[in-house]
Design a binder for this molecule. Structure first.
Ligand SMILES: NC(=O)c1ccc[n+]([C@@H]2O[C@H](COP(=O)([O-])OP(=O)(O)OC[C@H]3O[C@@H](n4cnc5c(N)ncnc54)[C@H](OP(=O)(O)O)[C@@H]3O)[C@@H](O)[C@H]2O)c1
Length: 294
């Protein structure tokens, strides 16, 4: 086993691709999982263009059979299993809690919460035998702070945080270190995919909010690129004593602090205003109009 072999799930694009590039450039032996041959070829050539290399394996994290097959192959490729796994693959299911049906809820939880635990189960025995290994789970600021119109995504990430905290304590005595990465907002395909997954606004009580959410999701292209997240993952893999969690980005840090110190009623109101669930109170509207008039 190469002591620096790292598997990155969902490495074909977005944050996963940035992580694969960052790690490959810093001497890690990277195996990126992808869902299609085209995606694998695109990743391999993107990394090759920068003078590094990555190997790819086909794997759908939401499919248990595919996970077993993929990690069996990875065990063969690595002579017993990887040193580390970065559970990055995921998506954000938008919509009011009542508008997301059971099947969509299961898909969200299966991909973002159940899959990282399943993958941990597949790699832990070999890590334990070796007395070393690392698992890095990519969560989100949404794992700490719940937002309206993203309730099920937040639930999947809050659940991932809970499971990861338990796993960290359980595996530490065996030399396996477990870390959470909590990014703020970065410009990746997650927003476009989210816009495509918005519930049917005609059959909903939240028509206006979905129209606004669609505009916000499509406007997310102006967000910064995901390299800071990749750098945080690298820190989690190279630190002798990695932190239990890495908040990534000024937005994530300030949101976490503000949410912790603001009374729930006040933060609820701010989030409702931001998502168009409430208009500003008349006093605030008048004050803003006065300020604009100056
Ligand atoms: N972007 C942000 O602002 C942000 C913030 C906080 C947390 N995150 C988290 O970062 C992670 C990566 O998201 P991203 O922003 O990079 O989104 P993205 O650009 O949409 O990329 C998502 C990646 O996950 C893969 N994926 C999705 N479902 C999968 C499945 N069932 N099996 C295997 N792979 C699957 C996708 O593969 P395909 O190419 O085959 O679809 C793709 O490679 C997610 O866990 C997300 O929750 C993102």
């Amino acid at each position: 086993m190469n002591p620096r072999t790292v598997v990155v799930t969902g490495a074909g694009r977005g944050i996963g691709r940035a992580i694969a590039l960052e790690l490959a450039h810093h001497g890690f032996d990277v195996i990126g999982t992808v869902r299609s041959d085209e995606s694998g070829a695109a990743l391999e050539s993107a990394v090759a263009r920068t003078g590094a290399a990555v190997r790819t394996v086909l794997l759908d994290v939401a499919d248990p059979t595919s996970c077993v097959r993929g990690f069996t192959r990875i065990a063969t490729m690595t002579g017993g299993g990887p040193w580390a796994v970065v559970n990055n693959a995921g998506f954000a299911q938008p919509g009011a809690v009542e508008d997301v049906d059971d099947e969509q809820v299961r898909r969200q939880l299966e991909t973002n919460l159940v899959a990282p635990a399943r993958i941990a189960r597949l790699v832990l025995p070999a890590m334990r035998d070796r007395g070393s290994g690392r698992i890095v789970n990519v969560s989100s600021i949404a794992g700490r702070v719940s937002l309206p119109m993203l309730g099920w995504y937040c639930a999947s990430k809050r659940g991932l945080e809970s499971v990861t905290d338990a796993l960290r304590m359980e595996t530490a005595p065996f030399g396996v270190k477990v870390t959470l990465i909590e990014p703020g907002s970065y410009g990746t395909g997650i927003w476009r995919t989210g816009a495509e997954l918005l519930p049917d606004e005609r059959a909903s009580a939240y028509t206006e909010q979905y129209a606004a959410a669609g505009r916000r999701l499509r406007g997310a292209r102006e967000l910064p690129g995901p390299r800071p997240v990749a750098m945080a993952v690298r820190r989690a893999l190279t630190a002798r004593h990695p932190l239990p969690r890495y908040l990534v980005g000024g937005g994530a840090r300030s949101t976490a602090v503000l949410d912790a110190v603001t009374p729930t009623a006040a933060s609820d109101l701010a989030k409702q205003l931001a998502t168009g669930l409430r208009g500003a109170p008349p006093r605030v509207t008048r004050a803003v109009a006065r300020l604009r008039g100056r």
